[in-house]
Design a protein around this ligand. Structure first.
Ligand code: 5GP
Ligand code: ZN
Length: 156
């Protein structure tokens, strides 16, 4: 019985170009048009949709149509294409929405705030009185600590 279910999932996944393991991923379904969304842009690789819980007016998400859980899994070439599309969308949206700033946000892992484990880039238009705060508390650090961190990252 279990095997039959797996096979059905595999057929479904193949038909929709979805990795079998991710047949239940909501962003796979949205990106591939199985679940409707407010789509701002679509090509063979990406769909850009409005976020259902927007930080500001126009908050959108770039979704690859292929399933990649996060930045680590994203092929280098696709990563480059994401940034090109982000620039294009930010430029267009700034003009159309009349926003005065723009944040690109991309979370990886639940500790970093990722809640949907299909890679996505947030496009967040910013307005003078939008009341949102995207940032962090700067920490005190010594030159020695910076040096140590640099060595840890760059060693080998
Ligand atoms: P994360 O926290 O993973 O970086 O961002 C997930 C984002 O996806 C959130 O901003 C959330 O509002 C949005 N989101 C979650 N489920 C849906 C959905 O079904 N449709 C749309 N359009 N956005 C969603
Ligand atoms: Zn997915």
């Amino acid at each position: 019985m279990k095997d039959i279910c797996v096979d059905e999932n595999a057929i479904h996944a193949e038909r929709h170009g979805i990795n079998m393991k991710e047949a239940n991923c909501i962003f796979c379904k949205i990106a591939n048009g199985e679940i409707p969304s407010q789509t701002l842009y679509e090509d063979d690789i990406f769909r850009v949709i409005l976020d259902l819980g927007p930080a500001t007016k126009g908050h959108a998400l770039i979704l690859p149509k292929e399933h990649y859980a996060n930045l680590y899994d994203l092929p280098e070439e696709t990563a480059g294409e994401v940034m090109k599309l982000a620039k294009k969308m930010a430029t267009e949206m700034t003009e159309r929405l009349g926003c005065e700033g723009f944040n690109l946000v991309q979370n990886n892992g639940d500790l970093a705030g990722q809640t949907v484990f299909h890679f996505h880039m947030h496009l967040i238009p910013r307005y003078r009185a939008d009341g949102q705060k995207i940032g962090w508390e700067p920490q005190e650090v010594s030159i020695e600590e910076l040096q140590q961190v640099k060595e840890q990252i760059c060693q080998g």
